[in-house]
Design a protein around this ligand. Structure first.
Ligand code: AMP
Length: 187
């Protein structure tokens, strides 16, 4: 089963992705983690993206799409993909469709975790003190949220017309969201 978890930074996508990974024996595909990895390794990609990441700007579609291509073509991960933080633009969404088509796969569920800006800011501030992520200062948080909302509206429109799209209240308790997701997945 392939699932997209969609929603602004801090909506709880990562948390729900980890539950799904355990439950379904799937793989969490977090472009944020993949990009942070590239920075850690100081790779060519890492050097190109470090500024965008720390400023809270989106990394180019070209770079993110190239990282995702390897994942979708990995036969071990076929039909076991939990997307967390991808796609974030219409170009990325269309790229994903194309890659899935080529590998005979599809997206089974799209869950939109909808949360307002105030809740997000509170949550990310808490996470900052736990994980110490450098892109998590308040200014960056607000930029990331606004950029997310602006850029992802077309992505939301792209997915929301399909019958496999579910909008959830992302400000509910973690376990309530998990239970809702499970009820839709029928697990
Ligand atoms: P995340 O861990 O998903 O909150 O992502 C952290 C940062 O990584 C974002 O603020 C962007 O700079 C970058 N990023 C992650 N995923 C994407 C994506 N799909 N497209 C563009 N930039 C991304």
């Amino acid at each position: 089963m392939n699932v997209i978890l969609f929603g602004p930074p801090g909506a709880g996508k990562g948390t729900q992705a980890k539950f799904l990974v355990n439950q379904l024996n799937n793989f969490q595909i977090s472009t944020g983690d993949m990009l942070r990895d590239e920075i850690q390794k100081n790779s060519e990609i890492g050097k190109k993206i470090v500024e965008d990441m720390s400023e809270g700007r989106f990394v180019s579609d070209e770079i993110v799409n190239s990282l995702i291509e390897n994942v979708v073509f990995d036969s071990k991960k076929k039909n076991k993909l939990i997307f967390d933080g991808y796609p974030r633009s219409l170009t990325q969404a269309k790229n994903l469709e194309k890659l899935l088509d080529k590998t005979n796969q599809k997206i089974d569920f799209v869950f939109f975790l909808n949360v307002n800006k105030e809740t997000i800011i509170k949550r990310i501030e808490q996470r900052k003190s736990i994980e110490n992520r450098s892109d998590d200062d308040l200014n960056t948080i607000v930029k990331r949220y606004d950029k997310y909302m602006e850029t992802t509206k077309p992505v939301l429109d792209f997915y929301s017309k399909n019958s496999n799209f579910y909008e959830l209240d992302g400000s509910s308790k973690i376990e309530e969201i998990t239970a809702k997701i499970n009820s839709f997945l029928n697990v």
